[in-house]
Ligand binder design. Structure first.
Ligand code: NAD
Length: 473
């Protein structure tokens, strides 16, 4: 659907005029007035079906059958007429078998290491999904592009700016589609926010304040004990966690970032902060276990959070989880948060200047009770404030407000879609882009995805040097 048609069907063209006070539809669109205290009026943007517009299934090889690989393969479960999993690669036999069996993958299309996928030198499917750990994105992506695959590439694209730029050059050289998994762009909440901004509802954007609260237990799980604890083995947290947010700021402002300055560090999760007598693992009889907010026993057995890493296959009783916490394959998750080999900052602030002097302040915070990105957008004629699931738009000229507040979980197709629906909506758009060989079906080009990664690398240089960094694309 063309943008203008989309806006018209969403009522936003009317809203744009209404907001400038030129038509009587203003009243119909926004009835709330601060003076009268009426209920907020809804912004009725349609949410696109997850069903892809394709004539036949796109064939896909999943490389990395872990959490994200399984997430995208769900699209094939839901819409087999649009996506078919014809191959799986994983170095862990049980994960390879699980996903391959689920999708009836032929024995010769079950691969261990990703190099086996490319060993024949032939293209075996339309596309590959690269969902391996961060340090194993670059090599399979470069090889896949060379062999003519289109690629759904998990973020961050690669571990260095040089490698990111090489992926961009390779995509152009071989004329292939690379969709980077900046899934928030595909979430109805952020799509609606962007469309409202583009309708002129708050005038020109002057500045943004954006915060990503990680949530304290999520921080402990992923960035202290878990896969992204080391900035060197993966990527700095501004990319590993917050490349979504940099990309989102670039997308909402719709102008390139020119410079960035950053600060922050690791405040809490280090050895000198260990309470007296804390053993190396929570499971070793820690005297502080009952009161420690970061206790592994509490996070996994009582709160039952983040259990997807344990390959429990539905057996999430306390004994099964405790057995995993003592299993050498998983016991890094039992470690005391003060005795890990982590270096990722637990607080990170940055200020960015975009073209035309638009500014953005971004802050990533570990110490928060819950996740849910918070965004405040200041415009020349209005203001938008969002909490990650609903947002409110205030018009200074009319002193009226309207709200976007859709419950994605109430829409059956979107029920189990992670990232506010973004995971499966990205899979839909990728399938369409491949089927029609039309990258414009994606929210982002590979060029812009790499641009927002370049912002992240500049932020990290600034955090370390204390200097403002230019962002050169
Ligand atoms: N887009 C998002 O919002 C989002 C969210 C979480 C993670 N991620 C990214 O997705 C990627 C995967 O994360 P995950 O949580 O699924 O990790 P995971 O550990 O659950 O899955 C990765 C899988 O890759 C397999 N693997 C490792 N080396 C391999 C190799 N050489 N060949 C084939 N398979 C190999 C592992 O055995 C594992 O099963 C990471 O880069 C991560 O940063 C993105």
């Amino acid at each position: 659907m063309k943008r203008r048609d989309f806006l018209r069907s969403a009522g936003l063209l009317a809203a744009g005029t209404a907001l400038s006070g030129q038509t009587s539809s203003a009243k119909a669109f926004m009835e709330f007035s601060e003076n009268t205290g009426n209920d907020l009026n809804s912004i009725n943007l349609p949410i696109r079906s997850l069903r892809a517009d394709v004539d036949k299934p796109v064939s896909v090889i999943i490389i990395g059958a872990g959490s994200r690989g399984k997430t995208y393969s769900k699209y094939a479960d839901l819409f087999p007429e649009a996506m078919k999993i014809v191959g799986v690669s994983d170095i862990l036999d049980h994960r390879l078998k699980f996903l391959s069996d689920k999708h009836g993958v032929a024995p010769e299309m079950r691969f261990g290491h990703f190099r086996e996928v490319f060993a024949s030198g032939r293209k075996l499917a339309d596309a590959v999904v690269i969902a391996t750990p961060d340090d194993r994105h670059f090599e399979p992506c470069m090889k896949a592009l060379e062999l003519g695959y289109d690629v759904l590439l998990e973020k961050p694209c690669a571990q260095t700016e040089k490698e990111c730029r090489a992926i961009l050059a390779q995509a152009k050289k071989f004329g292939r589609i690379v969709a980077v998994c900046h899934v928030l762009r595909y979430a109805p909440y952020f799509i609606a926010m962007r469309e409202v901004l583009r309708s002129g509802a708050i005038g020109d954007i002057v500045s943004i304040q954006h915060m990503e609260p990680i949530q304290y237990a999520h921080m402990a799980h992923s960035y202290v004990r878990g896969n992204w604890r080391s900035s060197k083995e993966t990527t700095p947290i501004i990319l590993a966690k917050s490349c979504h947010d940099l990309d989102m700021l670039r997308w909402l402002i719709d102008k390139p970032c020119k410079s960035i300055v950053a600060d922050g560090g690791l405040h809490l999760f280090k050895k000198e902060n260990a309470p007296e007598g804390a053993p190396l693992k929570c499971t070793d009889g820690c005297p502080h276990e009952a009161t420690c907010p970061y206790s592994a026993i509490d996070i996994y057995t009582r709160k039952k959070a983040h259990l997807y890493v344990f390959d429990l296959n539905g057996k999430n009783d306390v004994d099964s989880i405790m057995a995993k916490l003592k299993d050498p394959a998983y016991d890094n998750y039992a470690r005391c948060v003060y005795h890990c080999d982590n270096d990722q900052p637990d607080h990170y602030v940055s200020e960015m200047v975009f073209e035309d002097g638009v500014t953005a302040a971004f802050s990533m915070e570990a110490f928060s009770p819950r996740g849910g990105r918070k965004t405040r957008i200041m415009g020349t004629t209005g203001y938008l404030e969002g909490d990650g699931s609903k947002f409110t738009v205030t018009d200074f000229r009319t002193r009226k407000q309207q709200v976007w507040d859709k419950k994605i979980s109430d829409i059956p197709e979107y029920k189990d879609a992670g990232h506010g629906g973004g995971d499966l909506a990205l899979a839909r758009d990728f399938v369409e882009a491949v089927a029609h060989q039309d990258p414009s079906r994606l929210s982002s080009t590979i060029d812009v995805s790499i641009e927002s990664h370049v912002m992240g690398f500049a932020a990290e240089r600034s955090r370390k040097s204390g200097k403002k960094e230019k962002v050169k694309v």
